[in-house]
Design a protein around this ligand. Structure first.
Ligand code: HEM
Ligand code: HEM
Length: 222
């Protein structure tokens, strides 16, 4: 199959940096939490960085570039169903941005990572590792959040597995390479789409704001 003729910028730099930083951080979180690859202090530090990333991505979903905005890719069940039916046909044009089904998987992944990181703040191993907010809530809440942290780590693995399988199926069955654009930002398309891109400086300001919020929370908790 011939590659479509034109190259279009699809993903901005902040979204791509967000994605690959999240992948690295989640890997490090499992390595430290599950396999004790480093001290648990590092599990916490990577966890704070994950919280900053997630908070940034939520803001970027409202103030970021067009393809990263929730309004651009969160669609109702009708649109998802139409997309599924159309994608059975071999001649659907290459999508620019998240498709209606992928949009929901993005929300599910973001929500699941958020639940994992927030529950960690209240989790405890009852020996020597307490999340920073443990002292501020009841023992019952700590038990519940620790359970959530344990169950949700498995749900997150399932979602990540499905995500990777879906991306590979697009590549193998539909010859639609989604992976390269997540690195380079550009995709070969049949028809161009007019897109608005937000400034990377704005992203930097938002990341600094999120980092300040998380740092204040951790400082207050201590
Ligand atoms: C810890 C593992 C991972 C997590 C938590 C994760 C999460 C996400 C999230 C949240 C998005 C939405 C991006 C945005 O709009 O901000 C996304 C998109 C994407 N991810 Fe991942 N991802 C993971 C691993 C991977 C891996 C290993 C690959 C490559 C095989 C990959 C390929 C992609 C691609 C191609 C997209 C764009 C999909 C599209 O074109 O709609 N991801 N991922
Ligand atoms: C997305 C981010 C995170 C991931 C993927 C993650 C993953 C994990 C994993 C796999 C474990 C081992 C659980 C087990 O033994 O079954 C763990 C334990 C733990 N995590 Fe996280 N974690 C994250 C964020 C956080 C954060 C932000 C904090 C606190 C700042 C935190 C605090 C803890 C604590 C206190 C434990 C020990 C609980 C116990 O062993 O019962 N985690 N985490």
């Amino acid at each position: 199959m011939n590659a479509p003729p034109q190259s279009q910028r699809v993903w901005d730099l902040p979204t791509r940096l967000f994605h690959w930083s999240l992948v690295v951080l989640i890997g490090l979180q499992y390595a430290t939490g599950e396999f004790h690859f480093l001290d648990m202090d590092w599990h916490f530090r990577f966890g704070y960085a994950t919280l900053v990333l997630i908070a940034f991505r939520v803001l970027w979903g409202f103030f970021g570039s067009q393809t990263s905005r929730f309004a651009d890719f969160v669609r109702g069940p009708g649109a998802v169903w139409r997309y599924l039916r159309e994608s059975m046909s071999a001649h659907v044009p290459t999508r620019i941005g998240h498709n209606p089904l992928g949009g929901w998987s993005v929300l599910a992944l973001l929500a699941c990572v958020a639940v994992q990181a927030i529950s960690g703040l209240f989790a405890s191993d009852d020996i020597d590792t307490d999340g920073p907010l443990v002292a501020h809530v009841s023992g019952k809440t700590v038990k519940l959040m620790t359970r959530v942290h344990h169950w949700n780590e498995n749900l997150l693995l399932v979602l990540i597995g499905l995500h990777i399988v879906a991306v590979l199926l697009y590549l193998l069955l539909k010859h639609d390479n989604l992976i390269t654009p997540m690195f380079t930002g550009a995709k070969r398309v049949g028809a161009m789409r007019d897109l608005r891109f937000a400034s990377s400086w704005l992203a930097l300001v938002l990341v600094a704001l999120c980092a300040a919020l998380v740092a204040t929370l951790v400082w207050w908790a201590a």
